[in-house]
Design a protein around this ligand. Structure first.
Ligand code: DAH
Length: 348
């Protein structure tokens, strides 16, 4: 027994001495000093021994236990110091850790770029509500109820108990304009064009504005159609504004966004709120992609906001922001924007 104790002490001291990690030391502590450790096993078996043996072995085992405890504590301290020293040492040749930063969504990125381009062209940037009344989204834009053109904008209509959510600043409106809001059917705006009306109701020409914003369409999706996308509306009104001015602005805008060498085309088109109306096309994947509708503001629209159509003229346009982003970043499918797929988002 005596010899046995000595052996235990010797091997324990040896193990403590040679260990290099705290984890290993922890294991040694359990092995020798733990509740079921070697020393406690011996102490527990004392009861089976003669009184004499007990007198001899008991104190000896206690003594060894104490020695080992002290040694282990000491070793713990040395190892802790060693490991912090190691952390302080900076090895500049080790490969670094890759840190991933958050960044803007491609749509936010291109919107910001477009804002800056138009600000440089002396346009103001304004925004409007996403929930609109039927009047602003349709009637005031020369699209009366039952007009077949309404079919071009498949609409998400809202239930009347959602009226409170209308965010138009009513304080700015005159009484007759108030009737354009009160009791009106609500919808999610199908385009940013209603903001033309809001702006003209509260401002006098000459001015030039753009209106970036989200719009909603209740329609089937495909590679170039989404139920939820973004537009940038533009409106310039003055006494001598012409379609030639529009062409100049569009060309400058597209050149700043895509570079000097761009392929774009204007084709005749129809929108009730312009006359004449045009569509802007750009080269995309070997074909032409419509990127905007535009035209000269229709006299009916000016009348709706109380402007004299014989005095004022203006052009208006509405760009599809997603489509511009698709061309700029070579994105093959519009549905990727809101897919939430990090493999897509991570590329920007
Ligand atoms: N609002 C139209 C649409 O969403 C686009 C558009 C066409 C806007 C002609 C305009 C415009 O300002 O003059 O389809």
């Amino acid at each position: 027994m005596n010899e046995n104790l000595q052996k235990i002490e010797k091997s324990a001291l040896m193990e403590i001495e040679t260990t290099e990690t705290q984890k290993e030391l922890e294991r040694i502590k359990v092995k020798y000093l733990g509740r079921k450790g070697m020393l406690n096993q011996i102490l527990r078996s004392l009861k089976d021994l003669s009184l004499e043996e007990r007198r001899q072995i008991g104190p000896q085992a206690q003594k060894i236990k104490k020695i080992l405890e002290e040694k282990i504590n000491l070793k713990f301290k040395t190892l802790t110091i060693a490991s912090t020293e190691q952390q302080k040492f900076l090895d500049v040749t080790r490969p670094g850790k890759k840190i991933s930063f958050g960044h803007l969504h491609p749509l936010s990125k291109i919107e910001e770029e477009i804002r800056q381009i138009f600000i440089a062209l002396n346009f103001s940037v304004v925004e409007g509500p996403e929930i609109e009344t039927e009047y602003y989204n349709f009637d005031a834009l020369n699209i009366p109820p039952n007009h077949p053109a309404r079919d071009a904008w498949d609409t998400f209509w809202l239930r009347s108990n959602q009226k409170e959510q209308l965010t138009i600043d009513k304080k700015q409106l005159t009484q007759s304009q108030m009737s354009n809001v009160k009791g009106q059917k609500l919808l999610l705006r199908t385009h940013t064009s209603p903001m033309q009306i809001h702006y003209m109701e509260t401002h006098q020409p000459p001015f030039q504005i753009i209106v970036p914003g989200r719009v909603f369409r209740y329609e089937a999706t495909d590679a170039s159609h989404e139920t939820n996308f973004s537009q940038v509306e533009g409106l310039m009104v003055g006494e001598n504004v012409s379609l030639a001015n529009f062409k100049f602005i569009v060309e400058k805008f597209l050149q700043k966004l895509f570079g000097e060498k761009i392929d774009f085309a204007l084709r005749p088109s129809y929108y009730p709120f312009v006359e004449p109306g045009v569509d802007v096309y750009m080269k995309w994947q070997g074909g032409w992609l419509e990127v905007a509708g535009a035209g000269m503001v229709h006299p009916h629209v000016f009348k709706a906001v109380g402007y004299n159509p014989y005095q004022w003229q203006g052009f208006a346009f509405g760009f599809g922001l997603n489509r511009l982003a698709m061309i700029k970043y070579k994105i093959p499918d519009i549905r990727l924007f809101y897919s939430g797929d990090l493999r897509f988002i991570g590329q920007f």
